[in-house]
Design a protein around this ligand. Structure first.
Ligand code: SF4
Length: 118
């Protein structure tokens, strides 16, 4: 049995997921969105990835980046290591893909702002 706090809305329902006779039994959710949240958390948890990446020659030393889709939760740490190792060269444009198909996840990482050169 696993317990989750639903993060879909501020109500923060406590949801329980357990397997009985090969079926998922989900309780504690107030709505269907919470049901889907708990089911996904139990079977295939994913998260959006946001961090910053080093930039040389820019007006700032780092640029914020975000994944174009959610990344499997168990790959987040490895993806972050890849991004910590990157070094971009300014200028970087908003929306520019700075890492394609990161670690074969099928997810791209894009710049979430423009960073001008010095
Ligand atoms: S189960 Fe529904 S009502 Fe409860 S926190 Fe999740 S989205 Fe909100």
């Amino acid at each position: 049995m696993k317990e989750y706090t639903c993060i879909v809305c501020p109500r923060s329902c406590r949801i329980t997921v357990e397997e009985k006779d090969g079926e998922l039994v989900i309780t504690g959710n107030t709505c269907k969105r919470g049901y889907e949240f708990a089911k996904n958390e139990y079977t295939d948890p994913k998260r959006m990835l946001t961090t910053t990446v080093k930039v040389t020659g820019g007006v700032l030393p780092r640029i914020p980046v975000i994944s174009t889709q959610e990344v499997p939760k168990d790959r987040l740490e490895d993806c972050l290591k890849v991004l910590y190792g990157l070094e971009l060269k300014a200028p970087v444009q908003y929306g520019e893909i700075i890492c394609e198909n990161i670690l074969g996840t099928g997810v791209d990482i894009k710049a979430s702002r423009t960073l001008q050169a010095k």
